[in-house]
Design a binder for this molecule. Sequence first.
Ligand code: LMR
Length: 400
Amino acid sequence: MSIFAGLEAAPNDPIFHLTDQFNQDTDPRKVNLGVGVYQDDNGKVPLLKSVETVQRRMAEDPDPWTYLPMRGWEPFNEAAQKLVFGADSEPVASGRVATVQSLSGTGALLLGADLYHHQVAPDAGMIASGPTWANHHSLFRYAGYETGTYRYYDDAGQGIDFEAMLADIRAADPGTVVLLHACCHNPTGYDLSPEQWGPLAEVLADRGLAPFVDLAYEGFSHGLEEDAGMVRAFASAGLSFLVASSFSKNMAMYGGRTGAIHAVCADADEAARVKTQLARTVRSLYSNAPFQGATIAATILTDPDLRAGWEGEVAGMRMRIAGMRAALLGALEAEGVEDMGFITRQTGMFSFSGLSRDEMVRLRNEFHVYGLDNGRLCMAALNSRNVDHVATSIAAVHKR
Ligand code: LMR
């Protein structure tokens, strides 16, 4: 009798299972607008020039495969922290941010969730926007939390119901983790405006809540600086909070699993203690992080020429996505679809299309266009060759 005999198969992941289905589809018209991966106009995940340059240098002068410290590679931690909080910012200068290398944004979320649950507030729950990235709930539940939802997306108003969001957050128990998207809200593409960060920070502070900002897409909405605005506003407002940052998207290092968890503390002494706890969490979970991605990211961020080239590449990706949003909207309007103007008002990788589950299934089954069942479409996978097919397919399935 096997020890696994009673185990049922795990449910399909709504995002990665779609990629499996897409890979098996042999139709030449197929388009994968499911997973959040940027592709260039040739439908390829780019190897950024900045990344390639460092990779080549590493290949010419290879390092031995030694261990990184539990906290990760310190030059990487410092560079990642400066990118998020600003090189000359008060939180960086005062040393009150504890930064530890993570396995991309997902790993950073897990480290923060684990730390808070085991070391700070074992009974606290987590609330996230309705809707949110599906893995937010899975990850926090796995880490031991009960999870809930605060209202966010306003279908009728095609935007955010900010009053309802604040009311729900205000009603949460003190200590609750409030999961927030810094920019490029996944899946809706609707972000809070800078004017809304202050009132939100006030409620979070008044209610003694634990903000956790997911910064997975820095550079994909308005710019590297602008997209860190919520984080910087919270730090200026004196909140203590967590930030998960990632180089999966903005360095196109999806498989590099390179990111960082940042805990914004009251002072440098507290940050030093928190950092030892985060490092201990890493040790218990997987001992230490891999060095390749961290070396590449740190080298790019600290070498002025590479940095300038990379910033240009991020701007290029951002502008290409904006261009494809406009192209899709134009093609939809040419097909007579008049009610999707929101495509160019949403920002980041995704458009929350408003298409029903049935329409998404028809898109997939009849037209080989893959998007999530909740209507999310990845704008970063559109290109000049597939955009017309996507538009005619949406027009064919969309009930008006
Ligand atoms: C997505 O939302 O598609 C991406 O963040 C990839 C993932 O890990 O789900």
